[in-house]
Design a protein around this ligand. Structure first.
Ligand SMILES: Nc1ncnc2c1ncn2[C@@H]1O[C@H](COP(=O)(O)OP(=O)(O)OP(=O)(O)O)[C@@H](O)[C@H]1O
Ligand SMILES: [Mg+2]
Length: 178
């Protein structure tokens, strides 16, 4: 059986993809962590020493994803929107709050800065819109994990209007930095 819906749970590191997916798994949904799948399927082809990130063969990984079988599958990963998904949900977070979340993970200053800046200028959303027509955003800043899960499930079920791309704008936050 082919899967009926493949959903990318994407967003800048620290926005809450894994936290949300863990809760979805508890509710019985099938979750695939894209980083784990990349390692298990030998599609990690190297490490970028400069940025300390794994380099993934995205085309090879896409083939692996195509072979997954289930009803609704959530793909957890910051490049899950590069897979052939039906729907992409970009988790967003106010950059100032994201900074706190990443510092709480003990990430070094350089990686925190890199990701906070990426969030501030909508990197993942822009990339997602380029490859997935059905891209929606959820602001996690003032939501709990449970509320984010509820919102994500509503989007999956088709209540999408409030989450169209273009409503989240961190430019005011950036202006405050200068
Ligand atoms: N509304 C929310 N939705 C999701 N996570 C939240 C929310 N509020 C706070 N958090 C917290 O933010 C943190 C997000 O970390 P998490 O590991 O889930 O991020 P991630 O997007 O999976 O990052 P990575 O790309 O590094 O795997 C968690 O500690 C989570 O509990
Ligand atoms: Mg994660």
């Amino acid at each position: 059986m082919q899967h009926s819906m493949l959903v990318a749970m994407t967003g800048t590191p620290g926005t809450g993809k894994t936290a949300v997916c863990e809760r979805l798994r508890e509710e019985g949904y099938h979750i695939v962590n894209l980083n784990e799948l990349a390692f298990e399927s030998n599609t990690v082809v190297g490490v970028d020493p400069e940025r300390d990130v794994d380099i993934v063969d995205v085309d090879a990984l896409r083939e692996k994803v195509r072979g997954l079988e289930n009803d609704v599958i959530f793909l957890d990963g910051h490049f899950s929107h590069l897979m052939d998904v039906d729907l992409s949900i970009v988790l967003r977070c106010n950059p100032n709050e994201l900074k706190k979340r990443l510092e709480a993970k003990n990430w070094n200053e350089k990686k925190v800065k890199e990701n906070v800046e990426a969030e501030a200028v909508d990197v993942v959303t822009i990339e997602s819109v380029e490859s997935v027509e059905e891209t929606y955003e959820v602001d996690t800043t003032r939501r709990t994990v449970d509320q984010t899960v509820e919102t994500v499930l509503r989007i999956v079920e088709g209540q999408r209007d409030d989450h169209r791309v273009g409503q989240i704008d961190w430019s005011e936050v950036i202006l405050d930095w200068y």
